[in-house]
Ligand binder design. Sequence first.
Ligand SMILES: [Fe+2]
Length: 256
Amino acid sequence: MKLTAEQIQSNWEIFLDNINTHILGNRGEQLSSFYKRYEERVILMPAAHKKEYHSAFPGGYVDHVNRVVRCALKQYDLWESEGCDMTTFTKEELVFSAINHDLGKMGDKDHEAYIPQTDQWRKDKLGEDYMFNKKLAFCSVPDRGLFLLQQHDISYTFNEMIAIQTHDGLYDAANEKYLKAFMPEQKPRTSLPYILHQADMMAARIEFEIEWLPKFSKDSVEQPKKNYTLKSKTTAKTKALNTLSSPGLKSMLDNL
Ligand SMILES: [Fe+2]
C-alpha cells in the first residue's frame, strides 16, 4: 500500500492534534515537542520492516497509530456501555497509551530502528523493504518506548506503563505475568490494558484487510497454469486408440 504525500501530511496533523486534544497541560506540550523534534523520522516510518506485516510502508507508523487512537476511543464507548468500571483509568491515559504504544519502533534517540533494506535478494524474495538497524542494542518495542519517554522527561502513570507494556496481549509471552494470572489480586485493576490491546488488534486486522484481501480476490490471484502437456497427451492417446483395431494393443495403450 502507498500513501500519498498529502495523506502522510494529513495523518501527521491528526497525530499532533490527538496530542493537543487529549494530553493535558505540561505533559501534552512535552509530548508534542518530543514528536516535533523527531518529526522527520516519525512521519515516514513504516510500522514494520516486512511487507507481510501491517503497514510496512512509508508513513505506515503514523497511519497505524492514528487508527489505534480512533479504535481505542470507540472501544472506550463500547466497554462503558457494557458496564465496565471507567473510574479505574482516564480517557487521557487511554489516548496517551495508544499514541505511544509502538513508540519503541522509532529506535533510540540517535538511530532509526528500521532502515532501507540493502540486500536485494531479501527485498525480492522475502518482501523485506526495511531491515533492523544493527547499531541498536536489542530491546523489546514496549521497553524501548517507555525508555524513550523517560529519557525525554515525559512522565507516565502506572496504568499507562502496564498498558504500553502489554499492548500485544498474549501474543507476547512476556505479558503472561500480567494477563495470565489466576489469582484475583494479581489481575490488572483496570480494563485499560484490554481496551488498548483490542484497539491495536482491531487496527492491525483492518490494515491487513485493506492491504492484503484485495490481492486474494479471484481476479488478482494468479491462476495455476493449465496442464497442456496432460491435455495433449490425453488427446494423443484418444487419437491413437481410435486408430488401433487390435483389442490387445488397445487395452495395453489404454492402461498406459
Ligand atoms: Fe500497534
